[in-house]
Write a protein that binds this ligand. Sequence first.
Ligand code: PHE
Length: 358
Amino acid sequence: MGKTEEIRDRLIKEIEGAADVAALEALRVKALGKKGQVTALLKTLGDLSVDQRRRTGPKINALKEAVTNAIQERQAALEIEALASRLLEERVDVTLPSRPRPRGRIHPISQVTDEISEIFADLGFSVAEGSDIEDDFHNFTALNIPPEHPARQMHDTFYLSPDEAGQRKLLRTHTSPVQIRTMRSQKPPIRIIVPGRTYRSDSDATHTPMFHQLEGLVIDQETHMGHLKGCLEDFVRAFFEIDEIKMRFRPSYFPFTEPSAELDIGCSFEDGQLKIGGDQDWLEILGCGMVHRRVLEMCDLDPERYQGFAFGCGIDRLAMLKYGMTDLRAFFDSDLRWLRHYGFLPLDIPTLAGGLSR
Ligand code: PHE
C-alpha cells in the first residue's frame, strides 16, 4: 500500500470514529486546514517534475476528495444522531393532564356570597363595601338608633378603647352603616348590596362573634313595598334554586325601616332532616322594610322625593340552610376535612345561566 493510501485509511478511520461535531472539526483542520496533512502533500506537488506530478497528482487529489466526502458523511450522520437524542430528551407525554387538578376548596361563605352577588347583579345591583371598624354615628345614630334607644342593647357591641377625643369606635354590628355611607356619598337612584363581616358578642351553635351579613338598599323616586316583595321573592327562588317555595312577610320592627317586615320561607322535615320548601313550618331568613324617613333626612335626602327599601340577612345562615350544615362554629375551624366536604371546586364559578351550585 502506498503512502497516500495509508494516510487516507487512517484519516477516514478517525473521521468515522469522531464522537461529535467538535471532534470532527478538529480532524478536518488536521487534514485539510492550512497546516493540514493533505494540504502539506498538495504543496509538495510544486517541487516535483512534470512526470512525477502526473503520477502523484491524481492520487493526492483523490485522497483530498475521499477525506472531504468522509467528513461530509460523518457530519450528516452526527446531525441525525443529535436530532434523535434531542427528540428523545424533549419527549412530551401528550396523554398527561395539561394542568394538575386544583386541590383547594372554596369556602361555603365565599361560594354563597358569589351566588348572591350573581343573582343581584342580574337585578341591576352593584356591590358596595364598608369598613369593619365603624363609629357610633354610622352604626347607630344615623340609622335612627339614638344613644338612649333600647335597640342598642340588642346588638352586644364590641367597643374599641376610646381615642384622644374620648370617642369609642366599634366593630360594626351589622352591614347597615354602609347604607348611610352610600346615601351620603352617592346620588339616587341607588341599588346596592353589601356583603361583609359583622361582629356581636355572642357564641353558640348558630352564633359566632364574627359572622357575615348581606345588606341591600334601593333608593329611587317611586319605590314601594311591591318592589321590595318582588325583589326578595325573586332572590329567594333563585338562591334556593326552587321555583315552588312558600314565603310570607311578617310585620316586624327595625328602627331604620318603616314599615318593617321579616321574611319567612316554608320548610318541611324529611326523616328528621330540614328541607327548604314545603309547608310544615316557617324559617325566618331576613329583615327588611321601607327606609325610614328620618334615615333619609340624616343622609340629606328629601323624603318627599325619595323612598326606598332595605334588607339584611345572615350569609352564614343562608349557607347553613341551603347546604345543610348544622353548626356555624365549624365554618371558622379551618378543619380540612370539613372544607373538603362542604367546600366548592374553585373552577365552578356560580352563574345564573350555568347553575349557581352544581
Ligand atoms: N341590620 C338589621 C340586622 O342586623 C337587618 C336589616 C337590614 C333589617 C336592613 C332591615 C333592613 O338585624
